[in-house]
Ligand binder design. Structure first.
Ligand code: ADP
Length: 350
């Protein structure tokens, strides 16, 4: 079974409180979609609506052409991996992986084939006879993934699958998940995460959620290069967000005229200028901003400079800086006109 996932105006409420508000979203066949957003924004609820663990108060959920809104979870043909591996402690790895197949009354020979295949895919063939307690956290999560894949689902739901692992394991598992997706190109994956690196690394597209609503959806590159709003700009990557006024041929920040593409913004309108910290340079150049260094952080490959520019904090991530300025030094920063994006001013900005 394949065909992707479609949320058609799906709303979910608990005790009358709407926690998912009219979600319209399509995950294409074979696509990896990340649901990215802060805690409590409704990501897991959206996932559970696809799995069938919560019932929407409005809207429909489709898997391919099938309306599954009224189907129980086990009839949806979905694989799901959650944060806590949730393996059965009294079952060996192979029996954990076989669990969904046995529940479906799959023939014994077929179960053996599929279990072997799923363990092979996740690199766990050598551990088939072990019990969960004899495995590391990362290995347990691989078994959980193998179990989800054994039923050969058309849709795989991942709910923060890496968040219980330490940083190094997480990075290894990210690579593993990317490889798995290459080997299973027809499986649609919906991946809930609050970690932007996970979303940027794995997803074909990212759906950004905030306060029960979808606020943006696009490829990682689109959302990073040209975010449509301040929330997306600050949640997908780091961003300098500066309040400006639109003028002829550019914008004005604290009395300084800057050359940027103002699109169709009306002259005199207030807007927010978004410039990524790694696109800010040190020294003279286009769009100079003068200010005072308030903090210098050495981050290995880069120095991060915090600079006060007429009361606004500007962050610059600089490479190859042999003699970094010090706290209190006057500096000039600059950025290329093409590297800035003008956003509509955020609600409540002064
Ligand atoms: P996220 O995954 O983005 O962190 P969730 O979808 O888990 O967010 O939760 C969205 C909102 O719904 C939160 O305010 C949460 O407290 C609430 N919520 C989630 N599950 C339940 C539940 N079973 N009963 C009541 N409220 C819930």
């Amino acid at each position: 079974m394949s065909g992707g996932i479609r949320f058609d105006s799906v709303s979910v409420a608990y005790d009358g409180q709407v926690v998912l508000d009219s979600l319209d979203l399509t995950v294409r066949p074979g696509e990896v979609m990340a649901l990215l957003g802060p805690s409590g924004s409704g990501k897991t609820t959206a996932l559970r609506a696809v799995a069938g663990f919560v019932r929407p108060v409005g809207g429909r959920v489709f898997l391919g052409d099938r309306d599954v809104t009224d189907l129980p979870p086990h009839r949806r043909g979905i694989g799901m991996v959650v944060q806590q591996y949730a393996l059965f402690p009294h079952l060996r790895v192979e029996d954990n992986v076989a669990f969904g197949l046995k529940a479906r009354r799959t023939a014994k020979a077929e179960i053996r084939t599929r279990v072997a295949e799923a363990l092979e895919l996740t690199g766990m063939s050598a551990y088939a006879r072990r019990y969960p307690r004899e495995l590391s956290g990362g290995q347990q999560q691989r078994v959980a993934i193998a179990r989800a894949l054994a039923i050969r689902p058309g849709v795989l739901l991942l709910d923060e699958p890496l968040s219980a692992l330490d940083a190094q394991l997480r990075s290894g598992m990210l690579t593993e998940l990317a490889r798995l997706h290459r080997e299973l190109p027809d499986v649609s994956i919906l991946h809930v995460t609050h970690d932007q690196v996970e979303a940027l690394t794995l997803a074909d597209r990212i759906a950004v959620m905030d306060k029960a609503r979808l606020v943006a959806c696009g490829t990682p590159r689109e959302l990073y290069r040209a975010p449509a709003d301040e929330f997306t700009a600050s949640f997908v990557g780091n961003a300098n967000l500066l309040p400006v006024t639109v003028a002829d041929g550019g914008v004005v920040l604290a009395g300084t005229g800057l050359e940027v593409d103002t699109r169709d913004a009306a002259k005199g309108a207030r807007a927010t200028l978004c410039v990524r910290p790694h696109l800010v340079g040190l020294g003279d150049g286009p769009n100079p901003l003068t200010g005072t260094v308030t903090e210098v952080q050495w981050r290995g490959a880069t120095h991060r400079l915090y600079v006060d520019v007429a009361g606004h904090r500007v962050i610059a991530d600089l490479r190859e800086l042999r003699t970094p300025p010090a706290h209190g030094d006057p500096v000039t920063l600059h950025f290329a006109p093409a590297d800035a994006v003008l956003l509509a001013a955020g609600v409540g900005d002064d």
